[in-house]
Design a binder for this molecule. Structure first.
Ligand SMILES: *Cc1c(COP(=O)(O)O)cnc(C)c1O
Length: 400
């Protein structure tokens, strides 16, 4: 039996089946490329769902992490450490928000934003205790906790996990009138992804984010942007909201904030919002630990030059143009922003899963978002040649 099959068998035998991976066992990675246990190389076009915006084992991130690993890794927030303050200051520079609250996983940051919104609603907006409502979007993906799946409309994510947390109203994504109809004095926040990633890289109609901003202002609700997947240069700008010059009240960040090395997430907001959080009212053993803060700080420093945002925009244009050649020839629709694309595969030809299996045979790894949609998110360190490899592989699979 080859090494690949051995690892697959072992994983399926001893690890719960909460994923359905492609049959590839990755052993090492460098930049945009990974190598499997049998020595085959693949272009990684999932990039850890955008956690690997800087590619695998980026030397600058590795150096910073290694240095911090040998110095100090965990203090708990019972004490101060010398990494969190500088990281928080740098993140404030990137987001324009005066404060941040550090957590680990994306779902934890979303949970933090939900608790923050409710508390702000009671303490600042004056919503009667227990009455706060948060408006969310159909097709959303914000993570896997019981509260977060309570407001998902994905049956796989939700089924069998009831009873659900109340206090959420779901409206159609991209529909301003639907959102307007859901607003009211009890609404403390509107939570949305500025582009729905797991939904299939769904880009709302032009002007939608501005309308959301305006409705939040009109009704005194917080606009909470989950930029966990869309943020940190993925779309060619620092944040996906930047494409409409919209500034939300709360940014929810994760994934690439940890440089693909470590889970680092955060909520960023101004002090008039985040200031409602007081000692003992929220926390995490690992949140804001010195290793996470050192890595997050380096990520923010790398984003400060705008180099990755520009790469994403330029390579994204090339990818988009290349993919569009297959429109009507295997691809029904291509949606992209920066180096992030959703492809709708012609259902008479194959499923999204089959498309990904064939891409794998071409040396490209990607993952279907659901059904007929494939998401492409190569690391932003990919070269022009890498993008051409990706276009060529997609063309081959789509048109043959
Ligand atoms: C991945 C993701 C999350 C959840 O992050 P985890 O680190 O997996 O908990 C939340 N929101 C969005 C938009 C995501 O893409």
């Amino acid at each position: 039996m080859d090494a690949t099959q051995q690892h697959i068998d072992l994983t399926e035998r001893y690890a719960a089946h909460n994923y359905h991976p492609l049959p590839v066992v990755i052993a090492s990675g460098e930049g945009a490329w990974v190598t499997d246990v049998d020595g085959r190389r693949y272009l990684d076009c999932l990039a850890g769902y955008s956690a690997l915006n800087f590619g695998h084992c980026h030397p600058r991130l590795l150096a910073r992490a290694e240095r911090q690993l040998r110095t100090l890794t965990l203090t708990s927030r019972a004490f101060y450490n010398d990494q969190l303050g500088p990281f928080a200051e740098a993140l404030s520079g990137l987001t324009g928000k005066s404060m941040m609250l550090p957590m680990n996983s994306g779902a934890e940051a979303v949970e933090t934003a939900l608790k923050l919104s409710r508390k702000w609603g009671y303490r600042v907006k004056g919503v009667p205790e227990g009455k706060a409502r948060i408006v969310v979007m159909e097709g959303n993906f914000h993570g896997r906790t019981t509260t977060i799946v309570s407001f998902s409309n994905d049956v796989d994510a939700r089924n069998d996990y009831a009873p659900f947390t109340p206090g959420f109203t779901m409206v159609k994504y991209g529909d301003v009138d639907a959102l307007r109809g859901a607003m009211g004095p009890d609404v403390v926040a509107v939570l949305l992804e500025p582009i729905q990633g797991e939904g299939g890289v769904l880009i709302p109609p032009a002007g939608y984010l501005r309308e959301v901003r305006a409705l939040c202002d009109e009704h005194g609700a917080l606009m909470v942007a989950d930029e966990i997947q869309s943020g940190l240069a993925r779309t060619g700008r620092t944040f996906a909201c930047d494409h409409e010059d919209v500034v939300p009240d709360v940014y929810v960040l994760g994934k690439a904030l940890g440089g693909g090395l470590y889970p680092v997430s955060a909520v960023a907001a101004d002090a008039d919002v985040l200031g409602v959080i007081t000692p003992g009212t929220h926390g995490s053993t690992f949140g804001g630990n010195p290793l996470a803060a050192a890595i997050g700080h380096e990520v923010v420093a790398m984003l400060a030059t705008g180099e990755f945002q520009q790469r994403s925009a330029e390579l994204g244009e090339r990818l988009d143009a290349g993919l569009r050649q297959s429109l009507g020839h295997g691809l029904e629709e291509v949606r992209s922003r920066g180096l992030w694309a959703g492809l709708d595969i012609d259902p008479t030809l194959m499923t999204g899963r089959e498309f990904c299996e064939r891409l794998m045979e071409q040396g490209v790894l990607a993952k279907e978002a659901h059904g007929q949609t494939v998401r492409l998110a190569p690391p932003l360190v990919a070269t022009v040649e890498d993008i051409d490899v990706l276009i060529e592989a997609c063309t081959t699979v789509a048109q043959h």
